[in-house]
Design a protein around this ligand. Sequence first.
Ligand SMILES: Nc1ncnc2c1ncn2[C@@H]1O[C@H](COP(=O)(O)OP(=O)(O)OP(=O)(O)O)[C@@H](O)[C@H]1O
Ligand SMILES: [Mg+2]
Length: 455
Amino acid sequence: MPSILVVDDDPPQREIVGVILEGEGYRVETAGGGRAALKAYRRDSFDVVLTDLKMPDLAGDALLDALIREDPAACVIMMTAHGTIASAVEAMKKGAFDYLTKPIDRDALLMTVRRAADRVSLVRENRRLKEELEDRFRIENLVGSSGRMDEVRQMIRRLAPTPSTVLITGESGTGKEIVARAVHFASPRRGGPFRVINCAAIPETLLESELFGYERGAFTGAAAAHPGLFEAAQGGTVLLDEIGEMPLPMQAKILRVLQEKEVRRVGGNTPLTVDVRILAATNRDLERDMRTGRFRADLYYRLCGLVIPLPPLRERSTDVPELAEHFLARHNRENPDRRILGITPAAMERLVQFPWPGNVRQLQSAIERAVVLSSGDWIDIKDLPAEIRERPISIGQVDFEIPDEGFSFEGFEREIIFKALRKSDGVVARAARLLGMSYRTLQYRLEKFAIKKEP
Ligand SMILES: Nc1ncnc2c1ncn2[C@@H]1O[C@H](COP(=O)(O)OP(=O)(O)OP(=O)(O)O)[C@@H](O)[C@H]1O
Ligand SMILES: [Mg+2]
C-alpha cells in the first residue's frame, strides 16, 4: 500500500486526514511542520506528501520547493484554506500534483490521493522498465570471451565516458548497433534518449527533415512544426547507422552539426543548439569511399579519429558456442513450454567451423530456425540450415570427379572459399592469397553468400 506523509501544524486537522487515509489502508505518518516533514521524507521517502500551506516553521510552498529539489519525482498535494487558493495554484505551477481546499472533504481527499498514488506507481513502473532496458544493453551483456571481444569491451569502457564521436565499423551483423547502445548506456548520458537513424533506409528527400525537423509550412503537407531526431535526442545519443550510405549533401550538413552542435530546421532560420553525442556505424570501407569521392574527406577525418572495429565472427570462432547457447537460452526463457536442452556436440562442431558471412545475426537466425525445426529436445545437425549442415565436398588434388547426380557449382565454390577462410583463420586477405584471387573479388563473393538481412 502507498505511504503518505501528512503535514499540518494543527493537530486535530492532521489527525482527521490521517485517520481517513489509514481507514482506506494507506500507511500514514504525520508531521507537525515543514522541517519535521523534510526530515521524515529524507529518512523514508514517501509516495505522496499532503501538506498544509500556512505553517509557522517552514511553509508548505517552501517544503514543496525543497522536496522537488531533492527528489524531482516527489508527489506533493497542497491543503489550503479558501483565502489562499491563489498560492495553491502557484504551488501547482512549481510542480505540486494537486490541491485540496479546507475543510477537507473525505471523497475529494480519497480521490486525489488515489490519483496521486496511481501516478507514482506509473512513474515507478517506467523507471523500472528503463532500468531493465539499461541492464540489457550493459557492456557485460555482450556475449563472447574471445580476446577480440575483450578488446571491444575495453574500448567501449574507455570511449563511453567521453563526449567524442565514435565510428563503429564491421561487417553486417557483427553487432554494431548493440555496441552503440552499450556505449550510450555506459556513458553519463545513459538517462537521456538513444535514437537510431538508418541512413540507408530513409529516402534522400526525407532524410533532412527526419534529422533536423521542419517548420510549419516548410513544404506542402508541413501543417505543423516538427522537431527532428537531433532535437528529440537532446541530452542523449544519436546513432547514424550506415553512415556510408548518406548522400553527399547531407554529409556536409552532418559535418556542421558535429562542428557547431547546432541544427537548423527545414524552412527555419534560427539555429537551435543541440546537446547530443553522435555515434556512427558503417559496414563500408569509408576510406575507399573517400578516395573515390563517395564520402566527404572532411567528414571522414572527423569520424575516423575514434574507431571501434568489430571483428567478423569467423575471426573469433571460439565465441560461437557461447553465442549459440546465449540465443538458445533466450529462446528457452521466452518459450518455457518448448524448452530445448542443448546443441549436440556434432551440431556445435558444424557451427564452430562455419565461416558465418552474415556474422552474429546469421548465427542468431540459424539457432532460431533450428529451434523451430527440431523435433526433439536437442538441436542436431539435421536441424541446421542446409548451407551449415552440408559436409564440405571432399576434393583431392587431382582425382575430383563430378558425381552422376551432378552437383551445385555454387555450393562447390562456397565450400572452397570457406575452406580457404578456415585455413587462414578467417583473415580474408590471406584466404584470397590462398585462392589466387584479389581481396576485392573474394570480398564480393563473400557478400554474395551472406544471408541478406531483413529490412
Ligand atoms: N556480442 C554479442 N552478444 C550478444 N548478441 C549479439 C552480439 N553481437 C551481435 N548480437 C546480436 O546480433 C544481432 C545483430 O547485431 P546488430 O544489429 O548490432 O549488428 P549490426 O552490425 O548493426 O548489423 P547490420 O550491419 O546488419 O546493421 C542482434 O540481434 C544483436 O543483438
Ligand atoms: Mg545495424
